[in-house]
Design a binder for this molecule. Sequence first.
Ligand code: GLC
Length: 741
Amino acid sequence: MRIILATITLGLIIGCSGLDQTQDLSPKGAFIDSLLNEMTLTEKIGQMSQATGSWETTGPVIKDPDMVDLASNGKVGSFLNVFGAKRTRSAQKLAVEQSRLGIPLIFGYDMIHGYATTFPIPLAEAASWDLELIKTSAELTALEAAAAGLHWNFAPMVDIARDPRWGRIMEGAGEDPWWGSQVAVARVEGYQGEDLASLSTIAATAKHFAAYGAAEGGRDYNTTEVSERTLREVYLPPFQAAADAGVATFMNGFNDLNGIPVTASELLVRQILKKEWNFKGFVVSDWASVQEMTDHTIASSDKEAARLALLGGCDMEMVSTTYREYLEALVDEHPEFITHIDDAVRRVLAIKYDLGLFQDPYRYSDPEREAKLVLHNDHFKHARAIAKRSIVLLENRNQTLPLKRDLSRIAVIGPLVDDKETPMGTWSAQGKEENVTTILEGLRLAVGDQTKILTSNGCDVNSSDKSDFKKARSLASKADVIIAVVGEEALMSGEALSRADIGLPGVQLELLQMLKATGKPVVVVLMNGRPIAEPWMYENCDAVLETWHLGVQSGPAIADVLFGSYNPSGKLPVTIPRAAGQIPLYYNHKNTGRAYDPSERYTSQYIDEDHLPQYPFGYGLSYTTFEYSDLSLDKPELHRGDSIEIEVKLTNTGAFSGEEVVQLYTRDLFGSVTRPVIELKGFKKVYLEPGTSTQVSFTITSDNLRFWDKDLNFRAESGAFKVFVGPNSVDHLEGEFSLID
Ligand code: GLC
């Protein structure tokens, strides 16, 4: 079978040896066209189809009869959920050595925050505001994946999320389009590197295209109604950033957007992605989202679903089989469809070519590399480094933290104190509990012999059972300080895991109230996949650390912060509401005609809840204090093509060295459409020793001020602007300037 492929390759060599001067094809283009000319329609449709491996990795050899049939007869071009050097080699042999043309398979998998070494969930990493470390997590994920025979990561998920009821808020970078775009680029570059053919890189996927996070009610898979302006202003920027960064593939989603399932959206895929953004990679559907268009009632049959998806620009169908079953018939009825099919196949073959799979289909399936690189100790060191930087200090009354190391008794109470599954969060791929260091283990490693650690779960994560309260109270009463470890289990956020009530589950709040009643200092360590609305906890406990789900090194990272080995520097990438009833609640909102004014009844507010969030976007404390002063702009007017330099003096006025995320925001005071009251435009993460100062500078041009105007043109409008520099989206120094045409 490989003879045909070899012949094509030989033909390519001759064709590109300069003998035929008329053809101006790159080697890759010539190779793909030659191969395409050899393919039957059935084989082409095979490349547009992806099947899932059997969920249980039943050993290193593929025996599942369906998989054997699919691979060896060229009925699929890809598997997902097939991983491991031996298992992928076994599947690849079926395709390469038994199918007629021997076209290699591409193996995809969800490695949202790590392959085997589990890093913090993406929302946690977004709180680190450390793009280099975020990129490193992606690089190490790719390194382990590529060593385990995988070629393609269904990540980064770049959906903007303004609704913490939505379980998949944990999977992205939060609520801001600008920050989400920066993180998207860091992750794409981390996964893909400079060369997809490198054995340390894999193809990435920007997903879920698009506006999946706008699901009504925060209910996963639900309807999304988003104006084109909001789509382009809020939900598309991270996708465009990923496309501009060269992401290899896109994945669409389950949602219908303004009445059209995104899987069949010609506006999104053909118009915006492939035409406006000139995207050359391929688009894969989300799990059965092609066939689910019958459930959306936009397709009256699977055949109609296949037609809509093909016309909508979906190049590969994941798991459902409408392409395999109906595309040949559709081509018979509509011969012109072959152009869409050829375009899709070219896109798929191009990524396989870029991965080097035609040169050596087995290059990634190397058991020796796998054994050497997966779970390498250096990856755990990185996991700890980014985990501690992802922690956000929300409260620290009376400088309760950092804890002294010579405490005689520490009570560690709560349902998550020694839980090995929760720190891995959802989408943990091949993460294994035995590789997780819990917070209890981390504390034991951090304290000396003079410190006794007393521990009790106190209650379950999500039950009404309070039978362990008595023991917990008894232990807590003997301690110098109580560390309460509460929050959500791994599978209380993620796909199909939305919550209507985003408070602490079960009786955890009552546990905290009982612990507080002992009169001992209570330090809350919150483990969660979404913002938790729990005002009493935040307003009554002595200290609160937002630790999300931090991966394999959760315990040591949290201990580093609790004992001050690391001064927390995290800042919230999402707003934390006081109540689910406030949702959607996000920082870059519009002013309205009746902005909130507590002294005025007829303004935008609740009669039964505060108008403001518990904590705003960008918020996070430190063990030290930072003072912002002397904000200056080098000119009051900005002319197009010119720039404004903005400077602020930052001083560490406290007793600890530490890092501060200095944030730059702007406000467009008037526009042809209503404009947000504030928008993030930049940040700098700055380290300062106590008592020292530094100048922090930013540059703004008119390009930074562009938006989608009333005619949906992307441009900056002249007029007055404000600029804000500070520690979060609420507290800041203010300046102003005018953009002049
Ligand atoms: C899931 C998810 C998607 C994932 C895919 C493959 O349903 O929506 O993010 O990549 O299926 O597992």
